[in-house]
Design a protein around this ligand. Structure first.
Ligand code: SF4
Length: 442
């Protein structure tokens, strides 16, 4: 359920009469009352109604999928590619603790589709492919219904831009842009390191824009309300609002919308406040960083605000570690997930992550488990150094970053565990949900 905050993206959910089911999407007719139809493709008809790339550049919008790349520059890179482009809506949302893109796809599919069509108009694309993890069945159904609604509203007229919906393999790295492109080109959904980049030669050899769901929803709003409006909230360097998925030891786990730069304690308050005294927050998701709660409370949720804590917003996740849970044991479970999610293409990722996961598990052992071999902490640090930056994608880097932050933030626990005195929390049931790993890459 969406929580309280400055409603921009989520405003439509509050403005329309409550649907019969809270899972229902805003209809095409309701959506069109607030948003005019996007222009057609640039190279196939009239000039666009607005110079969208310039407008987006002036808004300061950056990607909300994790990398925070400036959206205007990304559009600009694709429009200079050779031939008609393709737009991929990246709805894979592989970060296990994130639910914001699925919320948008489920409840506001037309806002996302408008954003995709506007991006298509800007880069001269004649095809949009909306990629959604195939286990996200509600999001897939909602988007398929939304595409059908539009086709029905067009009364048989040939659409200027073809919209396909694709159900992608439920693997973490399948959402990496080169993996999506390779999968759409009938290969496995695994990242490819080799140039050219998707923006130059992507789907069917065409310049391809891969853009996150939330980013496209913001893009649709900027086209409607303008770049100055977008800049009225957030910080001068990081304008706008952002969707955050807040979970763990909070009273009301929720997807909330907040201005970038909002202090973390306000974000936690929007999710009903902390339950008990969580010792640490995991900021940015599984790909993120543990930070002591006391240090994080007053930090602004922005790239600049989190940098002094060694953290980043990532895909907009805040998880409060429940009081009494063992941060090392939770991290060890996530490390095992990272190892299982390796695409197995690069040695440091395939073998190194398995070693790191096994090493973390031996340190996080429960009360009555076998002791970790002596020197295990130093060995883990050395292995982490050897893996960092050595994969074709950033998958191993995320695992290393998480492990290092756990060893820093839970340093006292680490010393106890290494000396053979793990805390009681290490024997407790898991506090964080770690998903099962699927085997399919196609
Ligand atoms: S680093 Fe890992 S996930 Fe990334 S391409 Fe290499 S094997 Fe695949």
């Amino acid at each position: 359920m969406p929580g309280a905050g400055p409603a921009r993206l989520l405003a439509e959910l509050r403005a329309v009469p409550a649907p019969a089911s809270s899972q229902e999407a805003v209809s095409f007719a309701e959506h069109r009352r607030r948003y005019p139809a996007p222009p057609g493709p640039r190279r196939n008809g009239d000039a666009p109604q607005i110079d969208l790339i310039d407008l987006i550049g002036r808004s300061g919008l950056s990607g909300r999928g994790g990398a925070a790349f400036p959206t205007g520059r990304k559009l600009d890179a694709v429009v200079h590619g050779r031939g008609p482009a393709v737009v991929i809506v990246n709805g894979a949302e592989g970060e296990p603790a994130s639910g914001k893109d699925r919320l948008l796809l489920r409840r506001l599919p037309h806002l996302v589709i408008d954003g995709a069509l506007l991006a298509a108009a800007a880069v001269g694309a004649e095809r949009v492919v909306i990629c959604i993890d195939r286990t996200s069945t509600a999001a897939l159904a909602s988007v398929r219904r939304a595409v059908a609604e539009r086709a029905a509203a067009a009364a048989g007229a040939e659409p200027a831009v073809a919209i396909d919906v694709a159900a992608t393999p439920p693997r973490y790295v399948a959402g990496e842009s080169s993996a999506l492109v390779q999968w759409l080109n009938n290969g496995p959904a695994k990242p490819t390191a080799a140039p050219p980049a998707p923006r130059q030669r992507g789907v069917a050899g065409r310049p391809t824009l891969v853009q996150n769901v939330e980013t496209l929803a913001h893009l649709a709003q900027i086209a409607r309300f303008g770049s100055e409006w977008f800049r009225q909230t957030g910080t001068p360097g990081e304008p706008g609002t952002t969707l955050l998925t807040v979970s763990g030891a909070v009273a009301r786990p929720a997807v909330i919308e907040t201005a970038i730069g909002t202090p973390i304690e306000h974000i936690l308050a929007s999710a009903g406040g902390l339950l008990g005294e969580p010792p640490a927050l995991l900021i940015g998701g599984f790909f993120g960083t543990w930070v002591p709660t006391a240090a994080a409370r007053h930090a602004p949720f922005s790239r600049a605000g989190l940098a002094p804590l060694g953290a980043q917003p990532g895909s907009g996740v805040v998880i409060a570690l429940p009081e009494g849970a063992c941060g090392l044991a939770e991290t060890a479970r996530i490390m095992a997930w990272f190892a299982a999610e390796s695409a197995g293409q690069c040695g440091p990722c395939r073998y190194g992550l398995a070693d790191l996961a096994a090493g973390a598990a031996s340190l996080a052992r429960p009360h009555d488990g076998p002791a970790a071999p002596s020197g295990q902490v130093a060995r883990l640090r050395r292995w982490a150094d050897q893996i960092d930056g050595r994969g074709a994608c950033h998958h191993p880097d995320g695992a290393v970053n998480l492990l290092r932050s756990a060893m820093r933030v839970f340093a006292d626990d680490l010393a106890h565990h290494e000396q053979g005195w793990p805390c009681r929390g290490a024997s407790a049931p898991p506090a964080l949900h770690v998903p099962a790993v699927h085997s399919a890459w196609r």
